[in-house]
Write a protein that binds this ligand. Structure first.
Ligand SMILES: Cc1ncc(COP(=O)(O)O)c(C=O)c1O
Length: 347
């Protein structure tokens, strides 16, 4: 490919295209009307996920945002609150759906990277007085997107579980990237799931599928979530077409996440070699690299624009910081090429 047309897209792990195997499986998928529960491929996927995670049941949903909304809605009543990280995806990027649709308020607290301090969670729980919102759920994210792909260590999940039990809270895990967490930490996803009431995860991020997320929990929870999925317009018909790609992802895409993590570290290491203060290589645990642009002589918007003109795409993320994400469609050569282009721009 000529340099003029070469593009490396580091904006998100959602930009991946389905693999040839996924496309083949999608074309050949056995399908039926899933609103009648008759799509054999969806049923197979849901059963397989439930078995894999040691859950009673699982439900296929179109997006991670719907997964978060219907899960939190299923675990609460209007007027309740959900204690969560101030940078939770559903707080920052889901159009306020928790309050607008579920009638539930987020109670954001600061975190240490992905991790919530169990004592702070305990102090945040409202006493059972009729004037207070009922603290019903504590929600965590693993890996944590805005905290730079940070893993929530299993011991910290266990410590949170204890506080949740002491205070009658359900624990919800936004596991959009749970398999990145699992591959990075060596903890099976089922073990993370063991300590929570409910979880969702995405097929359309690191696992490379075009569409799809899964909500996982008890049979009773999934029954509620199923009704809410329909209420929010998420009852899908011959959706085995999409589930077929997800089955391929479970077979082929989890182990390879280690390559994305190695590429992210390589990218971070190359940037640190340019300007050490621009990136903390030790903080790169999975596939997300947060880069401080001022040590490189740019504001985030300027750097993203200058690099975008050279075919290297990434997102201005917050003041002074851009985000780069590795994924299925970013090779080690793409990382090295990006670093060369960055070095040229910075110099
Ligand atoms: C942690 C986390 N949760 C939920 C979502 C929402 O997923 P979707 O874009 O499929 O709605 C995202 C999307 O990036 C995410 O990063």
């Amino acid at each position: 490919m000529s340099e003029a047309s070469r593009v490396v897209d580091l904006r998100s792990d959602t930009v991946t295209k389905p693999t040839p195997e996924m496309r083949r499986a999608m074309a050949e998928a056995e399908v039926g009307d899933d609103v009648f529960g008759e799509d054999p491929t969806v049923n197979r996927l849901q059963d397989r996920v439930a078995e894999m995670l040691g859950a009673e049941a699982a439900l296929f949903v179109p997006t991670g945002s719907m997964g978060n909304l219907i899960s939190l809605r299923s675990l609460t009543q209007p007027g309740d609150e959900v204690i969560c990280h101030e940078w939770a995806h559903f707080v920052l990027f889901e159009v306020g759906s928790l309050s607008a649709v579920a009638g539930v308020q987020a109670r954001p607290i600061p975190g240490n990277r992905a991790v919530l301090d169990p004592d702070l969670v305990a102090r945040t729980v409202n006493p059972p007085m009729y004037s207070f919102p009922r603290s019903a759920v504590v929600a965590i994210e693993n890996t944590h997107n805005v905290a730079g792909g940070a893993v929530y260590p299993l011991d910290d999940v266990k410590a949170l579980r204890k506080v949740a039990d002491d205070h009658g809270l359900a624990v919800y895990l936004d596991g959009a990237r749970i398999f990145n967490a699992s591959v990075a930490s060596g903890v099976p996803a089922a073990e993370y799931f063991d300590h929570v009431e409910a979880m969702s995860f995405c097929f359309s991020k690191g696992l490379g599928c075009p569409v799809g997320s899964m909500v996982v929990g008890t049979g009773e929870f999934i029954e509620r979530a199923h009704r809410y999925r329909k209420m929010h317009g998420g009852g899908m018909r011959q959706v085995g077409i999409l589930a077929a790609a997800c089955l391929i992802a479970l077979d082929q895409m989890i182990g390879r996440l280690a390559d994305d993590h190695a590429n992210a570290r390589r990218l971070a290491g190359g940037i640190a070699a340019l300007r050490e203060e621009a990136v903390s290589v030790d903080d790169v645990e999975t596939n997300i690299v947060l880069v401080s642009t001022r040590p490189l002589g740019f504001e985030p918007q300027e750097l993203a624009a200058a690099m975008g003109e050279r075919g290297i795409k990434f997102l201005p993320y917050r003041p002074g910081v851009v985000r780069m994400m590795t994924h299925l469609d970013v090779s080690t050569e793409d990382v090295d090429y990006s670093l060369e282009r960055l070095a040229a721009v910075v110099r």
